[in-house]
Design a protein around this ligand. Sequence first.
Ligand code: HEC
Length: 165
Amino acid sequence: MVTDNLRPFYVHEITLHGVKSKEEQFQTLHPTFYYTLNAIPDGMKLNASELSTKRTPKKVKKKTVSKKSVAAKNSAKAKILTDEEVAPLLTNNTCIACHNKSKRVIGPSFQEIAKRKYTNEQIVELIYNPQPKNWPEYATPMAPMPQVPKEEALKIAAWINSLSD
Ligand code: HEC
């Protein structure tokens, strides 16, 4: 985990989105914690280039969209992933903790969601802002998942929609 703007003697509120257990892929039950920071150790900050972003891709800011991410976005539109290709996205973004392709689990199956005929963009929006009232028969509401990178959300959305036919 990487953080910034820490101040000694202040209580810090920290929210860890997307942290999950290795085996079952469960998300933390309480992703937010509060801690009083008593001392910051001496020494230099870690250079950002040394950070691994493998599991927590940095959000690409709108203003600085790189050619690479534009290409990723376009190819997301052009090409629908296979089940094998989408699997790591569903795993890394913890979707599989609650969703299955064809079976109801904690959340509706992706095939069931496909029947709602959302556009890809609507699905992306629902990942960021779920509407539990759309699924009154599900006891546990889905938490908003703003940490899912947009390109990945779009690829997942296109794959979900491909399941309707
Ligand atoms: C903690 C469990 C949980 C996780 C993790 C989760 N979902 Fe859900 N999801 C649900 C539940 C429950 C519903 C139905 C009720 C609701 O929308 O809150 C749902 C509904 C949805 C819907 C339909 C929304 C609507 O209003 O019709 C989509 C699309 C969806 N999930 C996609 C995803 C994707 C993609 C991921 C991974 C990035 C994901 N979910 C992760 C539990 C989860």
